[in-house]
Ligand binder design. Sequence first.
Ligand SMILES: [Zn+2]
Length: 258
Amino acid sequence: MKRCIFYLLMVGQPGMLCQCKSSNEQPEIIEEIDVWSTFSYPQVDFTNEDLEGKGAEYATYIPNPEQMIKETALRVCQQLYLNPEEVPNVEKIVYRVHDYDGISGKGGEPPVIHVSFSSDYLDKQIKAGASKETIVDEVVGVLVHEMTHAYQQSCKYEGDGWSVIEGIADAVRYREGFIDSSLRQPGGSWTDGYKMTGFFIAWITEYKKPEFLCELNQNVGQDFDWAWEPNIQKLLGVSVESLWGEYQSHLKTLESQN
Ligand SMILES: [Zn+2]
């Protein structure tokens, strides 16, 4: 009997039935599995404190910030965890748009997380002539990065620790479609953090082990003095240097094909 199981990751479609038929058999009905239907969305406390100033246009780009923040929470957790039972208890996201010199930042720890977004940064994007689509992608992409910090496992933010923490945040942002792959170029090091490390983590997840990002996230939380070499050995059984070498060769091959 042919079996058919769908993993539904969309919100609001739990418990649908799948009819799966092969030529001369009766249809077998198996309930679809929506492992994320039990995800607990955070409460959102949104404030735009710069409505009369540089934040005046925020709603033009993000008309429903509460929904956008909740959807981002789910997307981030689906990248970081295999199922909702593993997700830290983030009860509330306090999101504040205000005028300061910077882009965005995360503060606090579960159950209450604070995220700031700079209206000055938004204003600069608008004045630079960025399209609406580019600006929306940037605002949501920045949020994906900060929300990853809200939900990810953490270690000491020093030594190799900061590069894996920032690398995971940009790996999630990239895998969710908010970093252009044209920015992925040969060179650099796995310890550079942000996009450089994020592309590497995403590459391992795509080409070596689909669960790698989730396993790395859990691994980071188990070792306060986290370091690349022993943990890559533990997770993948190879040295980080040889894996980076293989990744670089792949990037050069892709580059030569373009
Ligand atoms: Zn960050």
